[in-house]
Design a protein around this ligand. Structure first.
Ligand SMILES: [Zn+2]
Length: 467
């Protein structure tokens, strides 16, 4: 309670995403590079010597005096405000006690802004406009979050080799504009996965594994479900998707038995996607081999899950045999991938009595760096019983604005005293993050945690996704 009154959280989670800001700062450095200058007579120069001359001339003009010689008359006209004794006091060297006193005056548990919000004017005072926008575009959470390093190029802030590849190739395409863009590689990667001639559930599995959203032990630890991320098969490493499918002792044995050389010397396949990426873009292997690799990884995952439920561990040969049989069946059946039909349009439906349904939406006004948030509360007859709309002067992106709307909606529902509430959002990402289907993108992680905390205050709360 006292911590809350003293706005304790602002201090503990105020300095998040340090590497993200650093990244922004180094990008700015590249942008601030001076290519050329126009001199006093309007001529454009790009060579260093002339640019140097223009800069020197400019500052010489500004700071050069035209030569007023006698300034005593001016000085005499000014009435001194600081007296002789005041001046003596101010000129004294500072004491250690004074430093202590000054530091104590900055109360460590008081935030300078309103609870749960950035103090925008202060941030704009301290940081350059672009950096300030970046900081302000991260929705704040009132709850404690630990400082940690994040990788700015993946939504979840974790490092992956293929995102590094993307960054590296975008940097090199800046210097060689004729090179193909890395977005193209990404598109090719996903298109390749989806065009494999394997059952849909295997493609979906490979897609999920490539996005690193499989419930591996490391991911479950990250979400607080498990405490120990150690791989159960070997007990030697943490069970990441990279370890599970490429690096674990039993896994390597399987690949060796199958005759697939996974070269780990000098290469670390930290995630599932890394080796597939390598096969597609470095080794340029055919579809047959890719289909076999993906099917085998699915069989490994299937077997790993069975083992966790108590079944005996399958041998390498069992796994390879199963993968080959599955592929054979697919080829025999000449399976064509059936077209997925989207589910019929969802229409708004009123909640059952005595529940209330809260719908949220957000609009982004990027030109004015503001967002609009709307919340509507309806009862079991569909009647609007409360509504809220707000304009926030924050440069939030669409996802951040949506999650902010949800945060406001939850607070609003609590403020008006609702007990049994259904919250509806049209954002799949937010719905999945709040229902723990997937881990939230790093920019909204803190606020998602804060929403989940607040939801516990209701007698019952549900989350629904509406289109
Ligand atoms: Zn292992």
């Amino acid at each position: 309670m006292w911590h809350q009154r003293a706005k304790h959280m602002w201090i503990t989670d105020g300095d998040n995403n340090t590497s993200f800001f650093h990244q922004k700062a180094s990008n700015r450095k590249q942008r601030s590079f001076i290519k050329g200058l126009t001199d006093g007579s309007g001529v454009w120069h790009e060579d260093d010597q002339n640019m140097e001359r223009i800069i020197l001339d400019y500052f010489f003009d500004i700071f050069h005096s035209n030569g007023p010689t006698d300034t005593t008359a001016i000085a005499e006209a000014i009435q001194p405000v600081v007296t002789e004794s005041m001046n003596n006091f101010l000129c004294q060297p500072f004491q250690e006690v004074e430093v202590h006193k000054a530091l104590k005056q900055m109360h460590p548990k008081k935030s300078p802004g309103p609870d749960g919000e950035w103090k925008a004017s202060l941030i704009r005072q301290i940081f350059l406009p672009d950096d300030a926008d970046t900081i302000l575009s991260i929705p704040r959470s009132k709850y404690c979050a630990r400082d940690r390093l994040i990788w700015a190029y993946t939504p979840r802030g974790t490092f992956t080799v293929n995102s590094a590849y993307k960054v590296a190739s975008s940097l090199s395409s800046l210097s060689h504009p004729c090179q193909t863009s890395s977005d193209q590689s990404h598109k090719t990667f996903w298109r390749t996965i989806w065009s494999l001639n394997i059952p849909n559930k295997l493609k979906t599995f490979s897609w999920r594994a490539s996005l690193n959203i499989l419930p591996t032990k490391v991911n479950l630890c990250h979400r607080g479900v498990l405490d120990n991320p150690t791989c159960e098969a070997c007990g030697l490493g943490d069970e990441t998707s990279g370890h599970l499918f490429w690096d674990c002792t039993s896994t390597r044995e399987t690949w060796e038995t199958a005759g697939i050389p996974i070269d780990l010397r000098g290469m670390q396949y930290r995630q599932y996607i890394d080796f597939l990426w390598h096969l597609i873009f470095v080794q340029h292997v055919g579809m047959d081999l890719l289909e076999f690799v993906v099917t085998t990884t699915w069989c490994m995952w299937f077997s790993r899950n069975k083992t966790r439920l108590g079944a005996p561990r399958q041998s390498c040969r069992d796994i390879i045999h199963k993968a080959r049989t599955m592929l054979e069946e697919v080829r025999l059946a000449h399976l064509r991938t059936p077209q997925h039909k989207e589910a019929a349009d969802m229409r708004w439906t009123p909640p059952d009595f005595p529940k209330y349904k809260v719908n949220t939406d957000a609009a982004v006004f990027s030109n004015t760096k503001a967002v609009g948030i709307g919340v509507v509360v309806r009862d079991h007859e569909g009647a609007v019983i409360a509504a809220l709309s707000k304009r926030l002067s924050l440069p939030l992106g669409p996802l951040e604005a949506e999650v902010k709307a949800m945060d406001e909606a939850v607070s609003f529902a609590k403020d008006i005293g609702l007990q049994d509430v259904i919250f509806e959002t049209d954002s799949t990402i937010i719905n999945n993050a709040l229902t723990s289907t997937t881990i939230a993108p790093v920019s909204i992680e803190n606020i998602v945690t804060s929403i989940l905390h607040k939801l516990q205050d209701f007698r019952s709360s549900e989350l629904q996704h509406v289109r």
